[in-house]
Design a protein around this ligand. Structure first.
Ligand code: GLU
Length: 469
């Protein structure tokens, strides 16, 4: 049997980290078992679904690299098929029309609550529905009235539901549209889904779905319900905990590799290993190792992982992502130096790509102004002879030798000539080059800036000193 998993988001908002984790686990399971991963858009709630959310979900999955083998299928395009199955259940006497009015249902509910019973539909239309010509009936599924449903959950183990606790759920609304449980069942069946991996907020739907599948004579898939993701304070995850949309993590400068690694650890572990490449994950991932209890997000850990991947991934790969961030802050990164070289110079000191982009601006455009404190401390009259000497020696260095090593030698030689510590030479030079006191090692910074920019910026610094003298 070929494994087929699916991710079935409702397009009512962006792709949040809970959804992305569900998608990742389903994707990993399919990839591990040589199976297919299906994307299905559950857009039957016409009021809450919208195309922007569909796009946000597709964009998020694409950015994370969660590629699908089939789909996206849209439930709104499958209404005929749902109607067909609803009709089949009616024809086989496995479903029935229910004409109960809202008021009748409300009274039923109140009476049950008064008797301290769980509110549920009592099945009064099951045997003798009175067809009312002026009312559009709903269709209810005839849930078995006794026995139990065993959900052999791959995460939680065996969970038993008594049929007496489940009522005859509505499978078609009065306008004929299918409800969630019906459309999911038909899709999981038609799409040949073998493993349903989803959030445990759906666990209560599972016995209902199993009952409908059985009524249709279909072998239910295996189910795995993933524990919730909580905020760092242990409460329900919400916007107040910071970024929850996958794309917002991109905007804040996270690498998809870091987010994937982070997501997988929200509920899954392999010993105490923290860092996993995607290939490793595919090899090691097993649904059986998913925790039973909820996991809390941990923003510091994500930051740590991000830094790890910034430092260790192929520089070209990081550069491609950084390029997008440069564009976001209005810098055209094609105006030399190659972004790859900037990544190599900067990667030890940036936790996010957004930060790296900001800190790399001066390689591509003039910085607007000097950091006041840095200039005050380092660009004073005593720096003039040092900067002038550097300017002359740099000017004399041939473009073809404009590399870190000869540049380093020039700085050393100037320091020696003036009998100064290296820092006394490098720091004014750094402020002249970057406007601040933070940059990669000076020789690398100079090499990346290129001869013209270096000479022009020394000149700019000298003029600033002259002006403020
Ligand atoms: N569309 C449902 C949701 O977004 C998921 C349904 C399922 O996985 O069965 O919560």
């Amino acid at each position: 049997m070929k494994v087929r998993t699916r991710f079935a988001p409702s397009p009512t908002g962006y792709l949040h980290i809970g959804g992305a984790r569900t998608a990742l686990f389903s994707w990993l399971y399919a990839r591990k078992h040589g199976g297919d991963f299906v994307l299905r858009i559950e857009d039957t709630d016409l009021e809450r679904s919208n195309i922007e959310s569909v796009n946000a979900i597709l964009e998020g999955m694409n950015w994370l690299g969660l590629d699908y083998d089939a789909g996206p299928f849209y439930q709104t395009q499958r209404f005929d098929r749902y109607r067909e199955v609803i009709q089949q259940l009616l024809d086989e006497d496995k479903a029935y029309y229910c004409y109960c009015s809202k008021e009748a249902l409300e009274t039923m509910r109140e009476e049950q609550l008064a008797r301290k019973e769980n509110p549920r539909y009592d099945g009064r239309c099951r045997a003798h529905a009175e067809a009312k010509t002026d009312a559009q009936p709903v269709v209810r599924f005839k849930n078995p009235q006794d026995g139990a449903v065993l959900v052999d959950d791959m995460v939680r183990g065996r969970v038993v539901f008594q049929n007496t606790q489940l009522d005859d759920l509505i499978i078609a609304r009065s306008d004929g549209s299918p409800t969630y449980n019906l459309s999911v069942v038909v899709d999981d069946w038609d799409m040949g889904i073998t493993h349903v991996i989803r959030g445990d907020d759906h666990l209560n739907n599972t016995p209902r779905q199993i009952n409908i599948l059985k009524a249709l004579g279909v072998e239910p898939p295996r189910y795995a319900h993933l524990p919730m993701i909580l905020g760092p304070d242990g409460t329900k995850l919400s916007k107040r905990h910071g970024a929850v949309s996958v794309m917002q993590f991109r905007d804040e400068g996270y690498l998809p590799q870091a987010l994937l690694n982070y997501l997988v650890r929200l509920g899954w572990s392999h010993g105490d290993q923290e860092i996993f490449s995607l290939d490793e994950l595919i090899e090691l991932f097993d649904i059986k190792d998913v925790n039973h209890s909820a996991s809390a997000i941990n923003p510091e850990k994500l930051l740590w992982l991000n830094q790890h991947y910034i430092k260790t991934l192929e520089a070209d790969h990081v550069a491609r992502q950084l390029s997008w961030h440069m564009g976001q802050i209005g810098v055209d990164p094609s105006a030399a130096p190659p972004l790859r070289d900037v990544v190599l110079a900067q990667r030890e000191r940036a936790k996010t790509l957004a930060e790296m982009a900001q800190n790399s601006r001066y390689f591509y455009e003039e910085f607007a102004e000097y950091d006041e404190k840095a200039a005050q401390k380092n660009l004073q009259a005593d720096a003039v002879p040092v900067l002038t000497a550097l300017q002359e020696d740099f000017a004399a260095l041939d473009e073809s030798n404009w590399h870190a090593e000869p540049l380093h030698e020039i700085i050393m030689a100037v320091a020696e000539r003036f009998e100064l510590k290296l820092g006394k030479v490098a720091q004014p030079l750094r402020v002249a080059m970057t406007g601040s006191t933070v940059s990669p090692p000076m020789d690398q910074t100079l090499a990346l800036l290129g001869k013209n920019r270096v000479l022009a910026r020394i000149q700019r610094a000298l003029e600033k000193i002259a002006k403020s003298a």
